[in-house]
Design a protein around this ligand. Structure first.
Ligand code: SAM
Length: 258
């Protein structure tokens, strides 16, 4: 039953190292009334440890070939594409205190999955995601580095983002071409910005990384932008990648307050 061949098109690299799987499951502490959402349980390698935690559990899996394998562990699987799901609606029937997301997600849809979770308007307490090592570097990047971009700022607005540990490619079957890293996201504050608007604003700030903020934000009120930059004693020819997230957040609030 477990000999189901991996589908490359679904990003299937199954984690086979039991120590790593336990470490991932142990990186969150949940209570009975909490809810764990797993995206892409696959053959249930991580699922079995998550279920042992005794809280509410729900998963999305796109590949129905996994039905017989997962049926022995849980019936709490929604057999659909997570990216097309209405998460808020799917969770409506479940009563829970805190919401946790945990997953070994397909690398090629890492960013869309995170965006989809955040933009579902559900208050996330913590997320633990196994992602490609280079992607983890981007998520945790500091200003003035090549890895620092709009998605770094976006994530760091909502979460304290940190690396838990690295995972060698040898821990997967089939072996991928890259190493991985477990990244932990802990909520900093409740959502108070229009997320979609903030997301597109950040994209605009970083749209041409070599250009100044002024050039990237040509369609915005330059007088307002200048006043914020002056407040922080920052050069008017600054580039977005040189700005820490709290200044970009302040800029956004100032430009969109009316
Ligand atoms: N969690 C398992 C593990 O650690 O061995 C499987 C991880 S594998 C990298 C990713 C899983 O996500 C696969 O089972 C795949 O079928 C599933 N998947 C891929 N795209 C998906 C989507 N859009 N929605 C839900 N599941 C998806």
């Amino acid at each position: 039953m477990n000999n189901i061949p991996a589908k490359k098109s679904l990003g299937q690299n199954f984690l086979k190292d039991e120590i790593i799987l336990q470490k991932i499951a142990n990186s969150i502490s949940v209570k009975q009334n909490d809810l764990i959402l797993e995206i892409g349980p696959g053959k249930g390698a991580l699922t079995k440890y998550l279920i042992q935690k005794g809280s509410n559990y729900l998963a999305y899996e796109i590949d129905s070939r996994m039905k017989p394998v997962l049926a022995s562990l849980t019936d709490k699987i929604l057999w659909k594409d997570f990216l097309k799901s209405d998460l808020k609606n799917d969770l409506e029937q479940i009563t829970y205190d805190n919401f946790y997301v945990i997953a070994n997600i397909p690398y090629y849809i890492t960013t869309p999955i995170i965006e989809h979770v955040i933009q579902s308007d559900i208050l996330i307490s913590e997320m633990v995601l196994l992602v490609q090592k280079e992607v983890a570097d981007r998520f945790c990047a500091k200003p003035h580095t090549k890895d620092y971009g709009y998605f770094t700022v976006y994530l760091n607005y909502y979460f304290e983002v940190f690396k838990e540990f690295e995972v060698s490619r040898k821990c997967f079957d089939p072996v991928p071409n890259v190493d991985s890293c477990v990244v932990h996201f802990k909520r900093k504050k409740s959502i108070s910005l229009d997320q979609k608007l903030y997301f597109s604003f950040l994209k605009q700030c970083f749209c041409n990384k070599r250009k100044t903020l002024h050039n990237n934000l040509k369609s915005y009120d330059w007088n307002l932008i200048q006043s914020i930059l002056k407040k922080y004693d920052i050069s008017l020819s600054v580039r977005a990648e040189e700005l820490p997230s709290y200044i970009l957040e302040d800029l956004f609030l100032c430009l969109y307050k009316n």
